[in-house]
Design a protein. Structure first.
Length: 180
């Protein structure tokens, strides 16, 4: 790394040289600042960002560690026969690996249905030269919602089919998601 001297005769590094140095503290701080800005952009108005980065670094740290995840819930609803089916996945977009899912089912009168058998099938749409990927899990009712965990094994488009069986009738609601 080249060093030079300022008018005072003391050694100095240019900003560009410091940012390129792999062990530079400034480079680390720049990456941390960039990450915080991206995370904060999800839920803090831009005028607050200007205040945060001009004199309140504690606000930035606080904002990066608080409930940003709450804003990242995937929720979708569809009509399936006489039922309104709503799914919630706690990650948006869903990730490779475990993804807890909650399913809420309401009948045509708006009452929550808890006495149905719910099966969640999730699969990747068929693609050429690829082994079919079909998975299923039973959803158990807790607190008025059916809960299960899906395990996406790769990124890409997935279809979630919620099969509801009640009174000998089966109804299906399909949702498309893109795992990352």
């Amino acid at each position: 790394m080249k060093r030079g001297t300022a008018n005072t005769g003391t050694p100095f590094f240019s900003c560009r040289q410091l940012l390129r140095h792999p062990f530079s503290e400034i480079r680390f701080l720049e990456r941390a600042r960039t990450l915080c800005v991206r995370l904060l952009a999800l839920w803090i108005p831009s005028q607050w960002l200007a205040i945060a980065f001009t004199g309140f670094p504690a606000l930035v740290i606080f904002a990066c560690t608080t409930s940003i995840v709450d804003a990242r819930i995937l929720e979708a609803s569809k009509k399936a026969g006489e039922y309104e089916v709503t799914i919630q996945i706690d990650k948006n977009p869903p990730i490779i690996g475990a993804n807890p899912i909650e399913v809420e089912i309401k009948d045509s009168g708006g009452r929550v249905v808890t006495d149905a058998k719910v099966l969640i099938n999730y699969y990747m749409p068929p693609m050429p030269r690829m082994v079919p990927m079909f998975y299923k899990t039973d959803a158990l009712v807790r607190g008025g919602k059916f809960r299960a965990t899906m395990n996406f094994i790769m990124s890409g488009p997935w279809v979630i089919a919620v099969k509801i069986t009640l009174g000998g009738k089966t109804t299906t609601a399909k949702f498309n998601v893109d795992a990352q």
